[in-house]
Write a protein that binds this ligand. Sequence first.
Ligand SMILES: Cc1cc2nc3c(=O)[nH]c(=O)nc-3n(C[C@H](O)[C@H](O)[C@H](O)COP(=O)(O)OP(=O)(O)OC[C@H]3O[C@@H](n4cnc5c(N)ncnc54)[C@H](O)[C@@H]3O)c2cc1C
Length: 342
Amino acid sequence: MFQKQYCLVNNNTIASDALAAYFYAFSSEEQLHQALAVRPSGVGCFVLGSGSNVVFASDVNALVLHNVIQGIDVVDRAEGVVWIQVAGGVLWHSLVLWSIERGYSGLENLSLIPGTVGAAPIQNIGAYGVELCDLFESLEAIEIETGQRISLNKQQCDFAYRHSIFKTPAYAGRWVVVSVTLRLRSSRDGNRFEFKTEYGEIEAELSRRSITRLTPELMSDVIICIRQRKLPDPNVLPNAGSFFKNPIVSVDECDRIKNKFPSLVYYPLEGGKCKLAAGWLIDQLNWKGKEVGGAKVHDQQALVLTNVGGGGKAVVDLSKRIQGDVMDAYGVFLEPEPLIFA
Ligand SMILES: Cc1cc2nc3c(=O)[nH]c(=O)nc-3n(C[C@H](O)[C@H](O)[C@H](O)COP(=O)(O)OP(=O)(O)OC[C@H]3O[C@@H](n4cnc5c(N)ncnc54)[C@H](O)[C@@H]3O)c2cc1C
């Protein structure tokens, strides 16, 4: 049933050629239950979607469970609103395109984010002012240890910036998200959509195209165009997207750094906090374009680390050097965004 010593090179966007001790792709909940029931004793499990937010710096001595469950269903409707339940193995961007084709709105700003729907709640994916939690209704998950099925609502998932309950010790690595239910806006009943456009790059692209009346399709196209311009395609240049989270610090801490670095890029948040632009912190230290041991900081985007031959370990080694420099210069810890399998 399981493939042994399976090479993961085509199952992660950083193209690490790590070996999984066991590998199994499940396309239904039944198959997942069967796999859990007969898994080799003493072997842990690791749930894998598209591998776009994980870095394999070593082999994986576990059963890698690859989620490919498919299906999208409209489960409820109300005036101007539609609820859809999406299976965990559906590719996120294909869901975005599916929703746009049907005239639903809400997912446009999240266009072209790689990965599966089942992984989207894990770090509460977000881009251009929209996060998964803005559209999230509930999810269904199966506990690896017991096979128990639970449903969690938005409050229970405890979403925050690139965070959910699935990143806490009590939940991390212990559940398989099998489906996610989202609440989208529907144009039926003459409902007009509102779009999140208050980002410099979006405004610039809209004015470049002289767009005055937006549709979900146009908005998605604008986002795709912006992303394709600034982010390297993992199929061409293996990478895991933004390698570090934007650090959140107190206003006092932000002021301290700003006094020393007046051009610091940051965003004030509620509750006396500020979000620092991690890319700016790295860029100022002249890391952009540098290559060390087969890993490279992307020429155009200091937040993106690419594998140029050294594999996952080289990328992780490079990330540690950057973390050290950022700590020395600003006294700020850069937390990696992807899960690192060391
Ligand atoms: C080029 C590029 C651009 C990106 N842009 C963005 C962006 O704009 N915004 C953003 O938020 N992220 C972005 N990412 C990160 C990534 O796309 C998301 O985190 C995505 O949700 C990961 O999905 P995946 O299926 O690849 O997850 P994987 O990488 O396979 O897994 C990531 C984590 O989720 C767990 N997991 C996966 N599936 C499940 C499941 N069904 N149940 C339980 N746990 C699971 C894994 O065990 C692992 O801990 C980008 C990545 C790349 C490569």
